[in-house]
Write a protein that binds this ligand. Sequence first.
Ligand code: G6P
Length: 360
Amino acid sequence: EDIEKGTYPHYMLKEIDEQPLVIRKIIQAYQNEKDELVVVDDIVKSMKEADRIYIVACGTSYHAGLVGKQFIENMAEIPVEVHVASEFSYNMPLLSAKPLFIFLSQSGETADSRAVLVRIKEMEHRALTITNVPGSTLSREADYTMLLHAGPEIAVASTKAYTAQIAVLAILANVTAKSRGMNLALDLVHELGIIANAMEVLCDTKEEFEKMASEFLPFTRNCFFIGRSLDYFVCLEGALKLKEISYIQAEGFAGGELKHGTIALIEDGTPVIALATQENVNWSIRGNVKEVAARGANTCIISMKGLETEEDRFLLPKVNQLLTPLISVIPLQLIAYYASLHRGCDVDKPRNLAKSVTVE
Ligand code: G6P
């Protein structure tokens, strides 16, 4: 284990740092000789034939799926539903006439996801698995596979697999959009290159996030992450990271929902971390920060260059609006890492959790 970890104290930190490299590997893996991003024809055909796509996943992969839905709907204009695998089995939605299922699973072995795959194959629906592990059960049993090329992820808290899933979903959405002749497709090789560079900048700014963790989180019993639109989905993932490895009760909320209940939990000193990377909701999320600050919350805004105001604690490098989850998650991963470290928890092997859950 020590050799693989190299000079890193924990796998999680190593895996966070590997994210720029993983993005570059993904670009390479999906590029053809003309440097265009490509996806196997049969997969693109299945995407185009589908009248609705059902993304099924658990945990961090489910959070990546929420972001993937925005990509597929925005770029390729195909409706998408995202489902937690464990609920899907007994709460199956009414399926459309021509569904395509996408299983997102880092390990490719998660039993809850597999149970859904078995069920929908019995119904003779088509399935694509997006996984980090070639030859895994979910890969073998689906019609198609797309690989994450993230390298082995050892830390229980998933980091590079999340960003890899989002990048691969962006490629899938973009290639499908192009093939459908839509002008919503991005120059993704260029945009993902910018993302990899921005990730590097963030990984080189670790002290900032260590400071935030030691200011906001050492003695707190809870912490809230708020955002709107794509930021909300990243907040769900940020909260999951924090609860998994620091045992702080953390929740991600949609900014607009606070007033419908959660704001009652805000007390003097309650940490509230806000993401503000989306132009169309920039002012409304800042309004939410003011509302919680007025009730005593200890607030911290992470925004993006071009959207900043004086009150912001950290500015992310500017990247394409739709792709912001790939970089806005990194501060949250690092804050969780340092919170866990400062609280003396076992970063790589948190209590009660397993890397791969092979029982339903
Ligand atoms: C476990 C892990 C999580 C992971 C989830 C889904 O609960 O602890 O980190 O997100 O399984 O795993 P998968 O391999 O299907 O992505």
